[in-house]
Design a protein. Structure first.
Ligand code: TEU
Ligand code: CA
Length: 658
């Protein structure tokens, strides 16, 4: 029987004030993450603050300097954030427990673009069922389906109209039941996407709130009456992630309603216990159907600061979402997550707790540890996005992603985890462009890069999350104009940029480089028009992509797909690759990324050339067995551009790689 989780003993952080030295602020888990994010946004490393001289500056002095440089003083805002978090992550002793989701490889499916089984041009549950053997043969362990619930589809299904019904275009509830049992029959698991920071404005709860704003459902959302003096001014300066104000005026009820995303996605008010009851019921309804857990959409946004105060201008300008400091890590977040875990995911007496993987934009390493520590009774895993853009860049910048920065980020991340911690490993999802195109769009490097990125994710310590098409070395699309795009974020951003005077060429460049549609064009199952995705007209058109369909890559022993297959087989066979300790080698050598993975008497050694140039490497111990390389006939002493090698080390430990 799972023992009832005890609230962790409070590891009190000191309360900070303006007289506190910067080093105490940086020693605080929230302070560390916030400073690292702001530095990362500006393209600076943390050595700016992590030194004796700067560390000794009081926060008052830092505030004055900040006002000098930026005209703003962030200190009071940041002090409020850190002083709201009394806990510090527990170091935890020993190795993390070998739970299934630490060892599994996850595969995210965006069903709309996976496979169409009824020729309406829209991917559906039938399409997933028809390709379940492909996924089982690939060797992934758990599927994550992006939303399949009834939805008007303003935001790719992330605007739910009925949590207990399946979107008509996706198919029927019976097919979900079939998918769950077919996954389990193959020894696989399946998790769904829980979107409960907001609903669709067509959800019954919102419709009832509209009908009776002062009734019980009015308090399910953030409905605010207009200001008496300035009725046209929204309740605060918060901005939506999809451009524009985060407030929508509802003339029929004379209320403002908060929407951190699209206007049709009103935020749920989690302060209301009835909302929390509803979410528990939704989770349990799906758990009774047999799913193994949820990926929880922007779950860190569910606790908003009381009174929803204005956001700081500087943060708003830097992060484009004014107000984010008041909801990305709110005052009751831990409490809400613990309650949800206790009541739905891991209630007393349950034998196999359901997985809680939170999507947590803005959460960093330390706040991530406070949300997922095994001693915390909250989430199991999070998706932090700090690594998805190189320092000083956002998704909207057209730049080349620097794998060396990712290497340093990952080495630092791994070094800060203790026995209570674990991490996810991912590069792609339905919200981001394809990683190969971000690193190096030149076609001659596509296959090597595809194999290198797969080797990195599948041999590094952590839980890998693959995204559909990644195993095929999918790349960005040469969209020619906005009318080829379907994503609400792209359309809103383009319009908002033009309205703010951005020239069309620059607006289009930002949308082309960032559009989520790059990752949402249909999977290519076979060569030729339509790529075997549909016999109808696809809802979103991807271009021809000769030799990169599943059928063609299955036939090619040196394809990226077969490299993924070999990696997955090896990983499944090897405790050292699933749970083993990681030990980095020659970390200071720029462009070279190498590590050991060790568990019991198993030892593997991975070498990556992160650059597009050949790389001289020291002769490797002849006792090491080359298990996998991305280049069939690479010269022994050098690594080819973007080459990845995996060695099995002899079991006696005196051998060392270099
Ligand atoms: O995305 C939340 C999130 O991280 C957004 O900031 C995301 O980066 C998006 O691109 C906005 O710029 C989750 C889902 O993954 C996303 O598909 C949804 O659109 C969003 O929440 C709202 O549900
Ligand atoms: Ca269909």
């Amino acid at each position: 029987m799972a023992e009832r989780r005890h609230l962790p003993k409070r590891r009190v952080n000191p309360v900070l004030d303006e007289a506190s030295p910067l080093r105490d602020f940086y020693a605080h888990p929230v302070g560390r993450d916030v400073v690292d994010k702001l530095l990362h946004q500006q393209g600076h490393s943390n050595r700016w603050v992590d030194n004796r001289l700067v560390g000794a500056l009081t926060l008052r002095t830092v505030g004055r300097l900040s006002r000098l440089v930026t005209g703003h003083d962030l200190v009071q805002t940041l002090l409020a954030l850190v002083n709201a978090e009394p806990d510090a992550p527990a170091p935890g002793n020993g190795s993390p427990a070998p739970t299934w989701w630490k060892q599994a490889v996850f595969y995210q499916i965006f069903p709309r673009s996976f496979a169409d089984s009824n020729d309406d041009g829209i991917g559906d549950l039938g399409g997933v069922l028809n390709h379940l053997d492909y996924l089982a043969d690939l060797g992934v362990d758990c599927l994550w389906l992006s939303p399949i619930y009834d939805s008007p589809n303003e935001d790719g299904g992330y605007d739910v109209r009925d949590y207990r019904a399946v979107m008509a275009e996706m198919g029927a509830l019976e097919q979900v039941d079939a998918l769950i049992s077919e996954c389990h029959a193959r020894g696989m698991r399946i998790i769904l996407d829980l979107v409960v920071n907001h609903t669709s404005d067509q959800h019954e709860w919102f419709q009832r709130a509209l009908a009776e704003p002062d009734g019980p459902y009015g308090d399910y959302y953030f409905l605010f009456p207009p200001d008496q003096e300035e009725p046209e001014r929204p309740p605060n300066n918060w901005r939506s992630a999809f451009s524009g104000s985060a407030w929508r005026w509802l003339p029929e009820t004379q209320r403002w309603v908060l929407h951190l995303f699209a206007p049709g996605q009103p935020d749920l008010n989690w302060e209301n216990p009835s909302v929390r009851d509803e979410v528990v019921d939704v989770c349990n309804w799906w758990f009774q159907r047999g799913i193994d857990g949820f990926r929880m959409d922007v779950i860190n946004f569910i606790s908003k600061a009381p009174g929803l105060p204005d956001g700081h201008d500087l943060i708003g300008d830097m992060l484009e979402v004014a107000g984010v400091e008041h909801y990305f890590y709110g005052p009751r977040l831990h409490e809400f997550l613990r309650e949800l875990r206790e009541r739905a995911f891991d209630p007393p007496g349950v034998l196999s707790p359901k997985l809680m993987v939170g999507e947590t934009p803005g959460v960093g390493v330390e706040t991530g540890r406070l949300l997922t520590g095994a001693d915390r009774g909250e989430l199991d895993l999070i998706f932090s996005f700090d690594h998805l853009e190189s320092g000083g860049h956002t998704r909207y910048d057209d730049y080349l992603y620097d794998l060396e920065l990712y290497k340093r980020y990952l080495i630092d991340y791994q070094s800060r985890l203790g026995g209570n911690d674990w991490l996810t490993l991912f590069f792609e999802n339905h919200d981001n462009p394809r990683m190969i195109s971000k690193v190096n769009p030149h076609p001659q490097h596509r296959v090597a890069l595809g194999k290198l990125l797969g080797t990195l994710l599948l041999t590094m310590r952590g839980t890998p999350f693959l995204y559909q098409g990644q195993e095929l070395a999918a790349v960005n699309q040469p969209f020619q104009s906005l009318d080829e795009l379907r994503d609400v974020e792209s359309h809103n951003r383009y319009r908002s940029l033009l309205e703010s005077g951005t020239p069309e060429k620059e607006a289009w460049a930002q949308v082309l480089t960032s559009s989520r549609d790059h990752s949402r064009v249909p999977v290519r199952w076979s060569p030729g028009p339509g790529g075997g995705f549909t016999r109808g007209t696809p809802w979103l058109t991807g271009r021809e992509d000769p030799s990169f369909s599943v059928a063609e890559q299955t036939q090619d022993p040196e394809s990226v797909l077969n490299h993924y297959r070999r990696l997955l087989v090896l990983r499944r066979q090897s405790p050292a690759l699933r749970l083993g300790e990681v030990e980095f080698v020659d970390a200071d050598r720029v462009g070279y990324f190498a590590w050991f993975r060790t568990a019991d008497n198993q030892r593997f050694f991975v070498q990556l050339n992160l650059t597009d140039k050949p790389m001289q490497i020291p002769q490797i111990d002849e006792a090491a067995q080359l298990m996998l390389t991305s280049h069939a006939s690479g010269p022994a002493g050098n690594l080819s551009p973007y080459e990845a090698r995996l060695y099995r080390w002899p079991d006696n430990p005196q051998h060392r790689g270099s």
